[in-house]
Write a protein of this length. Structure first.
Length: 560
């Protein structure tokens, strides 16, 4: 067989260059600008301002408080919910899982807008109903969403699914034999949970708490919508404000470093904690999980789960649907009040809709395709140890998971807003941001998938004269078809809802759907927001439904 021209080595070298451009270049510019004065000289002036000015110290303390409270709330809510779904005979367990996944794919900033409609002190539906029910004056407020507790509540609503999924999946893998043995020796249900189940699921709980902490610390959309009207900043909103006119680029870069350092430190802490004390199941032919019989408590347990899901799902989606088809938020949805005015305004009269939909679709399509291809190639190189320095490629592919979206946006702005690579103001800089943000999740998925494909098939092809690339795309990739499509769908969905990096990088010519929704909130165009939000979620659920029908597992994560 004639040996084909082998382009594997130059292509793998190009991958190393691409990863360096995606990760090393923006972070390098970020660090360099943080330690540079406005005159261009090396200086600690930005760092000194960061740690001494109250206007910079206070947002950091507020962010830390929010992250701690959100992590604690998510653990308190999600761990028992995961146990009820995975280990009990509660009815409707599959429906509860599906609803949790629905809250998983809901953009947090869209949830924050919905809770504005529900719990704004003056116009929120819940407050209006509260005043009408008890015949109270206009100053009576049941819940003020523009407050520190309100921000914590909304962020927790769309962060607890991370903890739930980790805990529920861990509980699904615990065999019933261990719990049966505990019961045989006389231990009760709660003693078995405390001594057997809880230790086995503790690594998942720790991982979930740290993920919730990081999500709450690096989130931009919800604090921007709720915290700034309340009169306080978090670190992400403060960084964004520093980029407004006149921009303070050095201070913004310095303020981004604590988020980056804390994220990396917490990820290392998670690995250290889980490495020091782990629980493993030894043996084979383990039994299926034993369901705890709740008896008469199974229906109250279901009611409790549905009550929890009212906060991220039923109430927000209900108010979005009602607002989309009425003239005002406070107006009831009836046959006489039903209107398509907001739909007509968004799709016929609003000038930014078509551009935003077009740009969003183009970016989602390109990011999903190029990101999946890049993750596939990097996953292959690292799994098969195909080139020297494959460990470095693995590090570069996973490093963006430690870079908050807003921090990455600042780094890309500093790197590409000036010659020789002037990409700011084009879709290319947004594409770089989206691929960088989504690369770690897709890479990890492919790394796991490659372990299930034995390299002997590729070796046989190479013996017959095939190149590495030919073997990869003709033999291995078809075997990973499910993983490829799942990664593509995940990147497509997460790109659509990404706000943190986009808010830094968009211009009038590169507007995207998530930023349009955020900007409309500034003008209080709630009807238009509801229509666009429902449009975004409809597209998301269509992609998820297609993936589920094809039996593809889609991980859900993202920063917005």
């Amino acid at each position: 067989m004639t040996r084909k021209l082998d382009l594997s080595t130059p292509l793998f070298a190009a991958i190393a260059v691409i990863l360096s451009v995606l990760v090393v270049l923006p972070i390098g510019y970020l660090v360099q600008r943080a330690f540079t004065s406005d005159a261009g000289a090396a200086s600690l002036v930005n760092i000194i301002r960061l740690v001494t000015e109250p206007a910079m110290v206070k947002p950091f303390l507020v962010t830390f408080l929010i992250a701690v409270c959100v992590a604690a709330a998510c653990c308190i809510v999600a761990a028992p919910l995961g146990w009820l779904v995975a280990r009990t005979n509660m009815p409707g367990r599959r429906i509860v899982r599906t609803l949790v996944m629905a809250s998983f794919v809901t953009p947090p900033f869209l949830g924050a807008v919905a809770w504005e409609m529900l719990a704004a002190p003056n116009s929120g539906l819940l407050n209006e109903w509260f005043r009408a029910l008890f015949r109270l004056g206009p100053s009576a407020v049941l819940f003020n969403i523009y407050s520190l507790p309100g921000v914590i509540f909304v962020i927790a609503c769309y962060t607890f699914p991370y903890v739930f999924v980790l805990v529920a999946n861990a509980l699904d893998r615990i065999p019933g034999d261990l719990e049966d043995a505990s019961a045989m020796f006389g231990a009760g249900t709660f003693a078995t949970v405390r001594r057997i189940t809880l230790p086995l699921v503790m690594p998942a709980i720790i991982a979930g708490v740290l993920v919730a902490f990081l999500q709450a610390m690096t989130l931009f959309g919800s604090p921007a919508i709720l915290a700034m009207p309340a009169g306080f900043h978090t670190m992400t909103t403060k960084i964004w404000s520093l980029l407004e006119y006149p921009p303070q680029l050095g201070l913004a870069a310095a303020a981004s470093l604590p988020l980056l350092i804390i994220t990396i430190a917490l990820m290392r802490l998670q690995r250290w904690m889980l490495g020091r004390r782990t629980y493993a199941i030894v043996g084979s032919r383990l039994g299926a999980p034993r369901l705890v019989q709740l008896g008469p408590w199974k229906w109250p347990a279901l009611v409790l789960c549905l009550a929890v899901l009212c906060n991220p799902i039923f109430l927000p989606y209900g108010v979005l649907f009602k607002t989309a088809f009425t003239h005002t938020v406070g107006e009831s949805l009836t046959f006489s009040t039903f209107t398509l005015h907001n739909v007509g305004f968004v799709f016929l009269d609003f000038s930014q809709t078509q551009a935003a939909l077009r740009n969003t679709f183009i970016l989602c399509l390109m990011a999903a395709t190029l990101g999946t291809l890049l993750a596939l190639l990097v996953g292959y190189v690292t799994a098969r140890e195909a080139v020297f320095g494959h460990r470095v490629l693995c590090f570069l592919a996973t490093a963006p998971i430690a870079i908050p979206g807003l921090v990455l946006g600042v780094g890309l702005f500093l790197a590409y807003a000036r010659p020789p690579f002037t990409l700011y103001g084009t879709l290319w800089i947004l594409l770089l941001a989206y691929i960088t943000i989504e690369l770690p999740s897709a890479f990890q998925q492919f790394s796991a998938a490659f372990k299930g494909v034995h390299p002997e098939l590729e070796e046989a092809a190479r013996i017959l004269g095939a190149t590495r690339l030919y073997a990869l795309f003709s033999i291995t990739a078809p075997l990973l078809r499910s993983a490829v499509i799942a990664a593509w769908c995940f990147i497509f969905i997460d790109t659509m809802r990404e706000l943190s990096a986009a808010i830094i990088l968009v211009t009038a010519n590169t507007i995207v759907l998530s930023v349009v929704i955020y900007d409309l909130n500034e003008t209080n165009a709630l009807g238009a927001i509801a229509v666009l939000g429902l449009t975004m979620m409809t597209l998301t659920f269509v992609v998820v439904s297609v993936a589920n029908r094809l039996r593809f597992g889609i991980p859900a994560a993202g920063r917005s």
